[in-house]
Design a protein. Structure first.
Length: 214
């Protein structure tokens, strides 16, 4: 099966519809921080424009109660947990029907030691670079050797590879790391929060062309 694709940082209904039509398995809307933050009402409109593609909320500082409120009001299908969220927080969100992606940010090989804990009470573990003074991958790729080691440690658990992916480099990343899901935001944009239709199509083509056949 080809790797699934999550287009994150969606802010506009036309981009949600475009990404869904292009083959997205997930869309992402940001409630954490940065230039792509949306409102609850904005997220609701994006969910309605997603043609049934699940929409994942990216959270960094909200409490579990607030995540549940936002998800209920906007129609989110899942929560991507950046920040100091615990296994208990993740378990609580799961019991309320949300798909939960726990995030591990990698700067050193020793950071991979936290993957085992992150796999508990999660539906997937998102692995991305840890960039100083940035809450996400900041458009910087994770070294593929480190990503491959992360894949080995997450055997039998879904892995999401994020950080600095573009139409030009995602093929190699998919072929070497073999994540179940790849997550892209700035790599398919013209400007922050404004997606580029041509880059979206080329990204999808690259993922499908380089996904290993099993």
């Amino acid at each position: 099966m080809p790797a699934k694709i999550k287009f994150c940082g969606i802010m506009h209904v036309q981009d949600a519809a475009l990404a869904a039509a292009a083959g997205a398995a997930y869309l992402g809307v940001v409630f954490a921080d940065g230039p792509r933050v949306v409102t609850v009402l904005g997220a609701r409109r994006l969910v309605e424009s997603a043609a049934g593609v699940p929409v994942v909320g990216v959270f960094g500082h909200q409490s579990p109660d607030e995540i549940l409120r936002i998800s209920d009001q906007s129609g989110l299908s899942g929560a991507q947990l950046h920040g100091p969220y615990s296994r208990a927080d993740a378990a609580r969100l799961k019991t309320h029907g949300l798909s939960v992606w726990r995030v591990v940010r990698i700067a050193l090989l020793s950071d991979l030691d936290t993957l085992g804990d992150a796999a508990l009470e999660s539906d997937a573990v998102l692995v991305e670079p840890r960039v100083p003074h940035a809450s996400g991958g900041a458009g910087i790729p994770l070294e593929l050797e480190i990503a491959c080691e992360g894949r080995r440690r997450l055997v039998n658990h879904p892995m999401v590879l994020a950080g600095g992916l573009t139409p030009e480099n995602v093929g190699e990343a998919v072929a070497r790391v073999r994540p179940e899901i790849v997550d892209v935001s700035s790599g398919v944009e013209r400007l922050p929060g404004i997606k580029d239709p041509d880059k979206i199509v080329r990204f999808v083509e690259a993922v499908f062309a380089h996904s290993p056949v099993t």
